[in-house]
Design a protein around this ligand. Structure first.
Ligand SMILES: Cc1ncc(COP(=O)(O)O)c(C=O)c1O
Length: 379
C-alpha cells in the first residue's frame, strides 16, 4: 500500500496500525542482521506467537498463501478432495491444487458468510481428506459442528485464519482449533508486516515436514538449531521463509494485537449503533454463537441492483468501500474445474450484495459518522 494509495481516499479501507515500535524494530533487524529469515526476530516472533496462542509450533512464512501451501503439502496427496468455501481468496484453492488434490466448493451461511456445516456432509466422498475453513471477517466458523463431522469421517481440518488473528471461538484463538492454522500478515490484515504469514500446528510430524518444505526441501531448520553439522536436500520444497526484517515488524504487531482487537471492536460497536437506523435498508454484520470477532472486515449487504452504485457513490465521497470475493466456483478457473454460475446460490447472493466499509483501529468516530451519513444518502 503506497502513500499514493492511502492518499487517494480520505478514508481508506485498511490502514496498518504501525508506529515507532515497528520502525525501530525493522531498523534494528537491518542493523544487526542480513534480513534473511530464521534469525533472532523470526525466532522471537515464533516463540511469542506460540506462547500467546498456546500452540506448540509456529513457522513464520512469507505470506498467508505460503502457510496454506505448506498446510496442504503436509496433509494431502494426489487425488484427495478438500471441501472449502467458494467465497474466499484464490490462495485456498490454489494451495489444494498445487498439492495434487481437488478443491470441492461448499456453500456458505447467509448470516455469517462462513462455510455452512449442513452442506459439508453432502459433499463428502471416499476421496475427501480435509475440510478447509475460512473465518470470514474474523468471525468464527461453527467449529464444534465442523470438528464433529471431521471426526466422524476421519478428515483433517485446516483453518484459513488470514482474517482471524486475535479472534476467538469459545475462548480459544482461531487458527488453533484444527490440525493446522494459517495466518496472514498482509498489509491489510489486523497484524501487518506488509507481506507475511504463519503456519501453526500442534502436530509434530506436520511441523517437521513443513520445516523442510518451507526451507527449499532442506533440513536447514534442524541445522540452525544445532541438531546436525551440515544441511542438505532431503525432499521437495519451496522458498517460504519470512525475512527477519518483516518478522521484526510482525513481532511488534503481535505484541499490540490485543490493543488492535480492542480498538477494532470499539469501532465496530460504534458503527453498528450508527447504522442501526438503516437496518431496514441494509443488512448489518452479524455475530455468531461463541465467537469473539476481531472485526477484520466490516461488511454490510444491500440489494443486488444498487450494490455497485452504492460502492461508486461512497468512493466519490472519498470513502474506500469495496466488494469482496468473486466466488471461486464461478471464476474462469472454477469453470475449468467444472463449476458454473448458479451452483452455490448463497455464495453468489452474498458476493453480489456485499460491501466492505473502512475498518481499522485508527478510524475516528467522526469518520464513521461521515460514512453513515453518506450511506444514508445513497442507499
Ligand atoms: C481468506 C484469505 N486467505 C488467504 C489469503 C492470502 O494471504 P496473503 O495475502 O498473506 O498471501 C487472503 C488474502 O489476503 C485471504 O483473504
Amino acid at each position: 500500500m503506497t502513500s499514493a494509495h492511502l492518499a487517494k481516499f480520505k478514508i481508506p479501507l485498511h490502514k496498518p496500525f504501525w508506529g515507532k515500535e515497528e520502525e525501530h524494530a525493522a531498523i534494528d533487524a537491518m542493523r544487526t542482521g542480513t534480513g534473511v529469515g530464521d534469525l533472532s526476530y523470526s525466532e522471537l516472533l515464533a516463540q511469542t506467537m506460540a506462547q500467546k496462542f498456546s500452540v506448540q509450533y509456529v513457522l513464520p512464512t512469507n505470506s498467508g498463501t505460503a502457510a496454506l501451501e505448506l498446510a496442504c503439502s503436509c496433509l494431502l496427496k494426489q487425488g484427495d478432495e478438500v471441501i472449502l468455501p467458494s467465497f474466499t481468496f484464490a490462495s485456498c484453492a490454489n494451495a489444494i491444487l498445487l498439492s495434487g488434490a481437488k478443491p470441492v466448493f461448499c456453500d456458505i451461511d447467509i448470516k455469517t458468510y462462513n462455510i455452512n456445516p449442513a452442506e459439508i456432509e453432502k459433499l463428502i466422498t471416499p476421496k475427501t481428506r480435509a475440510v478447509m475453513v475460512v473465518h470470514y471477517a474474523g468471525l468464527a466458523c461453527d467449529m464444534e459442528t465442523i470438528s464433529k463431522i471431521a471426526q466422524k469421517y476421519n478428515l483433517y481440518v485446516v483453518e484459513d485464519a488470514a482474517h482471524a488473528l486475535g479472534a476467538k471461538y469459545k475462548g480459544q484463538y482461531l487458527g488453533t482449533i484444527s490440525d493446522i492454522g494459517c495466518y496472514s500478515f498482509h498489509g491489510t490484515k489486523n497484524a501487518a508486516s506488509g507481506e507475511g504469514g504463519a503456519f501453526i500446528t500442534n502436530d509434530k510430524k506436520a511441523n517437521k515436514l513443513a520445516e523442510i518444505i518451507r526451507e527449499k526441501g532442506t533440513d536447514r531448520s534442524s541445522f540452525m538449531r544445532g541438531e546436525r553439522k551440515k544441511y542438505s536436500w532431503v525432499g521437495v520444497g519451496r522458498s517460504l521463509v519470512l525475512s527477519d526484517i518483516l518478522s521484526a515488524i510482525a513481532l511488534e504487531q503481535i505484541k499490540k494485537l490485543d490493543q488492535i482487537t480492542q480498538l477494532r471492536c470499539q469501532n465496530a460497536e460504534y458503527f453498528l449503533e450508527k447504522l442501526e437506523k438503516l437496518s431496514s435498508k441494509i443488512i448489518l454484520p452479524t455475530k455468531s454463537e461463541g465467537s469473539e470477532a476481531n472485526w477484520h472486515i466490516f461488511a454490510i449487504r444491500v440489494p443486488r441492483i444498487i450494490r455497485d452504485k452504492v460502492i461508486s457513490d461512497l468512493r466519490s465521497f472519498g470513502i474506500e468501500a469495496s466488494f469482496h470475493y468473486l466466488p471461486l466456483h464461478s471464476s474462469t478457473m472454477g469453470k475449468k474445474l467444472g463449476y458454473k454460475a448458479g451452483d452455490l446460490p448463497v455464495t453468489e447472493e452474498v458476493a453480489a450484495t456485499l460491501i466492505r466499509l473502512p475498518m481499522y483501529p485508527q478510524l475516528k468516530k467522526s469518520e464513521m459518522d461521515f460514512i453513515a451519513a453518506v450511506l444514508e444518502k445513497v442507499v
